[in-house]
Design a protein around this ligand. Structure first.
Ligand SMILES: [Zn+2]
Ligand SMILES: [Zn+2]
Length: 286
């Protein structure tokens, strides 16, 4: 672990001993091997049930979203490269960095929302969009066995409105209007690009063997979600470090108790109990 990562892990560093073992992340044994009693993993009763809820209909939805996504991003990127002016580089770069920061926050917000509220039993939405979050906590490395469509399909879907908006602008605006809005377009494209890749970065943060060197380089420099950093989220009851794009916002958001404050307000106003569905799946027996 680098010094930077040690520093980021400080708020909950003691609890990391109660998470998945680095040399055997799939077993996720109690106390990182202290008792050798498998607690989570592919053989967990809840994990098996959740895995079987991945339906053909869901697969088709993911495939359609990825196909539309590829057409739109190819068109938008072509237009942005065509209209690029190197004289604007000093304003383009901050726009891109801001887009990455907003993507990291969005990943935290969606992840926190799906981990904390709702249930797999909710009509349509539950089996399609809550299920993967429940499965991931009780079988954390199931994601490493998912293919590129299952890992990235929903994130491609989430970015379609942004890509459609960009395509519409490039089809209807004149060159002067395009130059006027170019920094905003760079922000939006960075946001789209990093939201799209968030679950891929997340998958790599659970992959301890066979990662390409360039991926571990990006992780070591915290340009994408580092492995050690994401382990902090996988401490039961999974209530911290929700941001999974780069993880840059995790420490500051924990420092101000952002998620706990949000939960307090929702619990006070609705009476809903945070993580009650997640806990239900965690204790599921055969
Ligand atoms: Zn989670
Ligand atoms: Zn994870």
């Amino acid at each position: 672990m680098t010094d930077r990562h040690s520093e980021m892990a400080k708020p909950v560093a003691k609890k990391v001993t109660d998470c998945m073992s680095e040399d055997d992340p799939n077993a996720n044994v109690d106390g990182c091997g202290a008792t050798n009693k498998a607690r989570w993993g592919p053989n967990h009763a809840g994990a098996k049930e959740l895995k079987n809820l991945y339906s053909t209909g869901k697969r088709v939805q993911e495939l359609i979203c990825v196909a539309i996504y590829l057409v739109l991003i190819a068109y938008d990127l072509f237009q942005m490269v065509y209209h690029f002016q190197s004289s604007k580089i000093m304003t383009i770069l901050p726009s891109i960095v801001f887009g990455i920061i907003v993507a990291d926050f969005a990943s935290g917000l969606v992840h926190w929302g799906a981990d904390t509220w709702g249930s797999v039993e909710m009509p349509i939405f539950g089996a399609s969009f809550i299920r993967p979050f429940r499965e991931h906590h009780i079988d954390p490395t199931s994601i490493t066995r998912h293919d590129v469509i299952e890992v990235n399909g929903d994130n491609c879907m989430a970015t379609l409105p942004g890509l459609i908006w960009l395509a519409y602008k490039y089809m209807t605006q004149n060159p002067e209007q395009i130059q006027e809005n170019y920094n905003y377009d760079c922000f939006l494209m960075a946001l789209v690009f990093f939201v799209t890749l968030t679950n891929q970065f997340h998958k790599w943060s659970h992959t301890y063997f066979g990662l390409p060197k360039w991926v571990t380089f990006l992780q070591d420099w915290n340009l994408i979600l580092p492995r050690q950093h994401h382990r902090i989220h996988h401490v039961s009851p999974h209530e911290s470090y929700y941001c999974i794009t780069t993880g840059w916002l995790n420490y500051p958001l924990e420092a101000i108790s952002f998620w706990r404050g949000f939960e307090y307000l929702i619990e006070k106003s609705t009476g809903a109990k945070p993580r009650s569905d997640d806990m239900k799946w965690a204790v599921k027996q055969e």
